[in-house]
Design a protein around this ligand. Structure first.
Ligand code: HEM
Length: 228
């Protein structure tokens, strides 16, 4: 087995997951006051609203799609009555629609972050990394779903990527499963793991703190100061 494959598909994903867990513990213990999504609503609101809404409405179903495609074995899906054809239609059309929403949202958020001077000025290096990396991951996911799937219809990621992915969590990692996967899926999966390593050190920590009433309320709450 090629050492490079072993690095990419075993060592790298485990390292990313390890940093994800230890990083969160560290951040929680040492930096709770900065545990925030760091809103920039007070600089610009309209583009933020559209971009953020599209991104979040897209990413949640996309995350559920990943669970059904990566974590649930193909044979279980078949046993539940979801045929190959049905799965494929769902993955391409439903995944495609929500993926497109996520991508458009991310494009709007990126344009806003880079073109509005005060938003750009307020952005830390970690904000820029998260932004560009998310855009890249989502773009590659869409490229793989819409383009690679169309030109290489014989490739079935549920026979390779999904088995490799589950193997990592069952402590039976097998890098050889990824060897013949098309490059777009490889790049997507690697960048997907990379974001987990950055996660604890960025505004992405807000994901774990979303209160349920958060969805409807304004981004920043302004409260009247009561002096006594
Ligand atoms: C952690 C490792 C990851 C793996 C192994 C992975 C794997 C995949 C696979 C196999 C597809 C193709 C689905 C299809 O053609 O039906 C896909 C699509 C996609 N992925 Fe990922 N992914 C990962 C992480 C991520 C992350 C972190 C994001 C977002 C931030 C993301 C966003 C997307 C999007 C937007 C699509 C296209 C729409 C869709 O099919 O849902 N992925 N991914």
């Amino acid at each position: 087995m090629n050492m490079f494959d072993q690095f990419l598909w075993v060592i790298f994903p485990y390292a990313a997951l390890m940093i994800f867990v230890v990083g969160h513990i560290f951040r929680y213990r040492h930096d709770q006051f900065n545990w925030t999504a760091k809103s920039s609503e007070f600089i610009e609101k309209k583009q933020l609203m559209f971009g953020s809404l599209l991104f979040h409405l897209g990413i949640i179903p996309v995350a559920f799609g990943h669970i059904s495609g990566l974590l649930i074995p193909k044979s279980w899906m078949n046993a539940m009555g979801v045929s190959e054809h049905m799965y494929h239609i769902g993955a391409v059309y439903i995944g495609g629609i929500f993926g497109a929403m996520t991508l458009i949202g991310m494009l709007l958020l990126t344009a806003r972050r880079f073109t509005i001077r005060n938003v750009r000025r307020l952005s830390s290096a970690s904000d820029l990394v998260v932004n560009v990396l998310l855009l890249f991951i989502v773009f590659m996911g869409m490229y793989a779903t819409l383009f690679t799937n169309a030109v290489q219809p014989e490739f079935d990621y549920r026979e390779s990527i999904s088995i490799w992915f589950r193997g990592l969590f069952m402590l039976r990692p097998d890098a050889s499963l990824m060897h013949d996967v098309p490059w777009s899926f490889k790049v997507h999966a690697l960048s997907g793991f990379a974001i987990f390593a950055f996660w604890p050190f960025t505004r992405l920590v807000h994901v774990w703190s979303v209160p349920l009433n958060y969805v409807g309320r304004s981004y920043i709450l302004y409260r009247r100061h009561k002096s006594n």
